[in-house]
Design a binder for this molecule. Sequence first.
Ligand code: ADP
Ligand code: MG
Length: 438
Amino acid sequence: LWRRCLSRLEAEFSVEDVQMYLAPLQVSEGEGGLTLWAPNAYTMETVRERFLDPILRVLELIGGAPVAVDLQVGVRPSARDAARPALRSTKPATPERGVESNLDPNYTFETFVEGKSNQLGKAAAMQVAQNPGRAYNPLLLYGGTGLGKTHLMHAAGNLMRANRPDVKVLYLRSEQFVSGMVRALQQKNMDDFKRRFRSVDALLIDDIQFFAGKNTTQEEFFHTFNALFEGKQQIILTCDRYPKEVDNLEPRLKSRLGWGLSVAIEPPDFETRAAIVLAKAQAKGVELPEEVAVLMAKRMRSNVRDLEGALNTLVARANFEGRRISPEFAQETLRDLLTVHAQAITIPNIQKTVADYYQLRLTDLLSAKRSRSIARPRQMAMALAKELTEHSLPEIGDAFGGRDHTTVLHACRTIRDLRETDGKLRQDWEKLLRMLTE
Ligand code: ADP
Ligand code: MG
């Protein structure tokens, strides 16, 4: 079935897409449907986002009925048995006991590049891993998509297991928690379900914003949470925004989430982005000229996943065509991606977004008015322009009604300082950054 599905998809997608994402998938068949095994989380996420719907459509078409498909990171079970001796030496994280941890061994602290934007998150995840159940419980990492939350979560799990191989860690995406629960309810073995979760030393649940509006799930999760918390078992969670801002999440759950430590993961700055690209290239054994890393980091600001996707595209095409990754080659290959990213953020776009956000008229924002309610948003917009575009201070001044470059500099400094001291302003900044970069 999968063979036939794949050959249909080959007609539908580019050679590179197929080579990079679809061909590496392994397939196993279970009672419930197909499981696709991806070599790493990046591939899995991409398949989930871009290819899952077409796959489901084609499978239904050729199979004559809908087929359930689950995505996992790892090696297909039968292949895993065959390859066990080899696997054990390369992956110390292979579970020895009944419970699969679902951890991706590639996501470790060693492969995580630290920068100002993720320093706290990394430190907290390490402390929790060194001292499960006792440092911070729960640990909640939150922030926009593709910023490294999942990576850090796996890294914490992997470190716990490296320290103590017998520790039971279970990683689940929140959809898996939901579907596991639904299945348990249908098959009337909720007791097993409960036991499965409550017997672990550390439970890692990714993207809990998916719990929003799912009341039965929240109820069950709430009880699981309490049981683990009381047992001093570690809980690590991620969410794509500050949980208080997730609608339809129960207040009592929200309040529990605040019992431990919540850390924001922010978009990495330019240096960190460049370092990440270089590190990822090195991990792939690819020689990436620094100029190319700089080009990519400059132009692609929003998230690391896109950056990594761009790198994969480069590498795939370079291999395919037997070419070296020069800056010209990168420009040419990533042209569409780079312009999309560059176009999205312009000074007028920032001005409009900021004006809308503060419910001001654009003309007021650009006017000479000095009242605080206008001047502060104006400074915000200038600081964002400096942060997100390549324009110089004088150019930004010009775009804001012909202001002097020292005014722009002052605005940037004011906003930077206020971000340290003024929580509301920091939130505004983060929201605006997110609105502009996603
Ligand atoms: P999130 O869960 O926040 O959406 P992920 O953890 O899935 O993001 O990260 C997306 C990709 O970017 C992953 O492949 C991850 O390895 C990579 N990544 C993100 N931040 C970093 C970092 N600081 N160093 C190395 N890789 C990173
Ligand atoms: Mg994630």
